[in-house]
Write a protein that binds this ligand. Structure first.
Ligand SMILES: [Zn+2]
Ligand SMILES: [Zn+2]
Length: 242
């Protein structure tokens, strides 16, 4: 088992494994309930071998994408092949992966938002993995309000655009998986093509900050936080503009 962290929330019947993958240390989440092996994989961003390994005692049944930036999808083909999964994502993100591939073809690396030059400068590899397949971009549409039911686990789908047009968050039993929409200390980057600051603020306010303040927020990179921590800071984020 090569998960970096396993959160066990027994009262709520949720186990969440976090595998931190790739150049941008993306959180790939594997969710299941204690009495079922059926699992949900969210954002296999790179290092698919480690993700497959972290699922070795489970039966992954579905693959969900919070959004389609390269650092959240590079491991998709191998994880899909290993478990025969369908990739579910919001259709409004359809332009994102083709845009990433265009950027790769034109510049020889993916666009990492505002940190691209720093990452390249420090020698981080933000190109396509040499030895693995590139994702074909095929998804099954997943819309706001849908439920994803796997074993005893039910995730509710929230459309949280702004970082990308088809950004999704997934909520279940006191936890919300926010991708690059909400982090401790602020919203995700909106300097990318297809991003918009007002839209991400509106998503956070209406979709995420209507959840209980005690809900744990698990973002696409870095550590978890609580809804209440962000609620206190929202006005400051709006005032600073990022
Ligand atoms: Zn992103
Ligand atoms: Zn990301």
């Amino acid at each position: 088992m090569s998960a970096d962290i396993e959160l066990v929330d027994e009262p709520n019947g949720l186990i969440a494994r976090r595998v931190v993958v790739g150049a941008l240390e993306t959180n790939c989440w594997i969710l299941f309930s204690p009495n079922s092996k059926k699992a949900i994989v969210i954002d296999p961003g790179d290092e698919p071998g480690r993700i497959v390994d972290a699922c070795s005692d489970l039966e992954p049944a579905v693959l969900l994408l919070t959004h389609q930036h390269w650092d959240h999808v590079l491991g998709v083909p191998e994880v899909v092949d290993a478990f025969g999964l369908e990739v579910q994502a919001h259709p409004a993100d359809a332009p994102i992966w083709p845009n990433e591939l265009d950027h790769l073809a034109e510049h020889g690396h993916f666009d990492a938002g505002t940190a691209t030059s720093e990452l390249l400068g420090c020698g981080c590899h933000i190109g396509a993995p040499a030895d693995s397949l590139l994702w074909d971009g095929k998804t099954t549409p997943l819309l706001s309000g849908a439920s994803v039911v796997v074993g005893n686990l039910e995730l509710k789908v929230l459309h949280t655009p702004g970082h990308t047009p088809g950004g999704l968050s997934f909520t279940t039993r006191g936890h919300v998986f926010t991708g690059d929409t909400l982090f401790p200390g602020g919203p995700g980057l909106t300097g990318w093509p297809f991003s918009d600051f007002q839209t991400i603020i509106s998503s956070i306010r209406s979709q995420l900050f209507s959840l209980p303040g005690t809900d744990q927020v698990h973002p696409g990179h870095g550590e978890s936080t609580k809804i209440a921590a962000g609620q206190e800071e929202l006005e400051a984020w709006i005032a600073r503009g990022w």
